[in-house]
Write a protein that binds this ligand. Structure first.
Ligand code: ATP
Ligand code: MN
Length: 463
């Protein structure tokens, strides 16, 4: 007999086939002479209905042990199901109980639990319908990302997790040290002496792999990172984690327009892929979590994204007959309410906003003619706001040096970054996508803590 996954059986199983299934019991119903058990092995939203006849050996002992949460192995024959809800079920010949789950204490009894509660039992929550669906979709998104870039000839590069430069100048860094914090070495002036630390200078968890991606793009042309990044943001929002995954493509010989084209093609590809590979999970989200996500996916796939400059966006917002909490004027950073107005109410589809004031963007973004704005772009999506941030990079050595000086960033740390402009510089561009924001966007899940298996947020690193 062949061991098979539930998803495969539900899709391809034929009556009379003999199979073995291993998984966890979701429900059990005892009737006269037999019982129904639903087994889920994580491969699909739906479980497999197993019919256990009281004629099998040890029936009474076995059936007592099969409570919700127990792990079992069932061998038997597939038969057409009489009941509604499934077309095939498993008629058990043998049942092995691996581990019981006490009905009094197992927290996931059959009822709806709040996501807040489920976060307190993070080690068990992946066995629920919703979290199961989330993590299958998260996996599909990961595959789609690699497939998209690999098909286009991009090289996956591994940027370091520990870095010695606060490149973004973003603050919000976690320090990496092997100092004994109760006994810090001090220098003559009483400051911590980092020359004695592991790396001989302050080191941090990375906030972005972009600068290293630029290095690799100058050798391999088109590259991408896909890995964890860290920010010590002390903000408890539904969109921020302290540890999250980022996707950062970087392209040599590319300008802001090429960057926008890639971002649009990329998002469309991922949505198409997930709809094609996880249709039941997406239906589930559309029914139980957010009734607009199928329409949103359709919107992303079938419509061209709107593209406007920041200056134009400000004009639109100033003319809008809507009261914003944060007043609008040229020079402000767009707030969530502004982004949402543009994407949700005005264009009703994703909008790419470009050419932001240089004062509110990073030093490495290419200075536009007139020197007021930089070649930055943000992709704003209905329901979520900023999902992608990117730019054409400053490839001119003199301009970059000037910008570094203006923004007060430590140039000494960036000598290697400047070298890229000294030796064989080319126009290049890239963007960063917050992976969890993408999963939120596709599933309609409200809280970012519920789209990553082990969320890290202020005061919480349990599990
Ligand atoms: P926000 O204004 O939402 O804090 P940001 O401007 O700090 O975003 P970037 O520095 O441009 O974001 O980072 C690139 C992408 O990473 C963002 O577009 C977003 O999708 C994602 N991102 C940023 N911070 C977080 C976080 N703390 N948790 C999860 N994703 C994040
Ligand atoms: Mn931020």
């Amino acid at each position: 007999m062949e061991t098979r996954r539930v998803a495969d059986i539900l899709k391809n199983g034929q009556p009379e086939e003999t199979v073995i299934v291993k998984g966890w019991v979701r429900t059990k119903r005892e009737l006269k002479g037999f019982s129904f058990t639903e087994v889920n092995d994580g491969s699909s939203l739906a479980g497999l209905q197993v019919v256990i006849d009281s004629g099998i050996s040890d029936y009474d002992t076995i059936i007592k042990k099969i409570n919700t949460g127990a792990s079992i192995e069932v061998g038997g024959k597939l038969v057409s199901s009489q009941g509604k809800g499934q077309k095939i079920e498993l008629q058990a010949d043998s049942v092995i109980v691996y581990g019981e789950a006490d009905a009094e204490t197992y927290p996931l009894q059959k009822k709806r639990h709040s996501f807040e509660f489920l976060r307190t039992i993070n080690h068990l929550r992946s066995r629920t319908n919703t979290l199961g669906a989330v993590f299958r979709v998260r996996n599909a998104c990961s595959v789609a990302i690699h497939q998209f870039f690999q098909e286009k000839g991009f090289m996956w590069i591994h940027s370091p997790i520990i870095t010695a430069s606060d490149c973004e100048g973003a603050g919000e860094l976690f320090t990496v040290t092997n100092f004994d914090l109760n006994n810090l070495p001090k220098n003559a002036t009483g400051e911590v002496d980092y020359s004695q630390d592991f790396f001989g200078k302050p080191a941090y968890l990375t906030v972005s792999g972009q600068l290293q991606a630029e290095v690799m793009a100058m050798a391999f042309q088109n590259v991408y990172t896909f890995g964890p990044t860290f920010r010590a943001e002390n903000s408890n929002t539904s969109r921020h984690l302290a540890e999250f995954w980022m996707v950062e493509p970087e392209m040599a010989f590319c300008d802001l327009e090429g960057d926008q084209n890639l971002a649009e093609e990329f998002l469309k590809y991922i949505f198409k892929y997930v709809l094609a590979t996880c249709p039941e999970d997406i239906e589930f989200f559309n029914k139980w979590i957010n009734k607009t996500i199928l329409a949103t996916a359709d919107n992303i796939i079938n419509n061209e994204f709107a593209r406007i400059t920041y200056t134009k966006a400000i004009e639109i917002l100033e003319g809008a007959d809507k009261k914003f909490q944060f007043p609008v004027e040229w020079g402000i950073d767009l707030q969530s309410e502004h982004e949402r107005y543009l994407a949700e109410e005005l264009f009703k589809k994703p909008v790419i906003v470009t050419n932001y004031p240089k004062e509110i963007k990073a030093f490495y973004m290419r200075l536009d003619e007139g020197e007021k704005t930089v070649s930055a772009m943000d992709v704003l999506a209905p329901g979520i706001g900023e999902i992608i941030g990117g730019s054409q990079r400053e490839e001119r050595l003199d301009v970059l040096e000037r910008r570094i000086q203006e923004t007060g960033i430590e140039a000494d740390d960036l000598w290697w970054y400047l070298d890229l402009r000294r030796y064989g510089t080319v126009p290049h561009a890239g963007f960063g996508l917050g992976f969890e924001r993408l999963v939120q966007f596709i599933t309609g899940m409200n809280n970012i803590r519920d789209v990553i298996p082990f969320p890290r947020t202020p005061l919480n690193a349990e599990f």
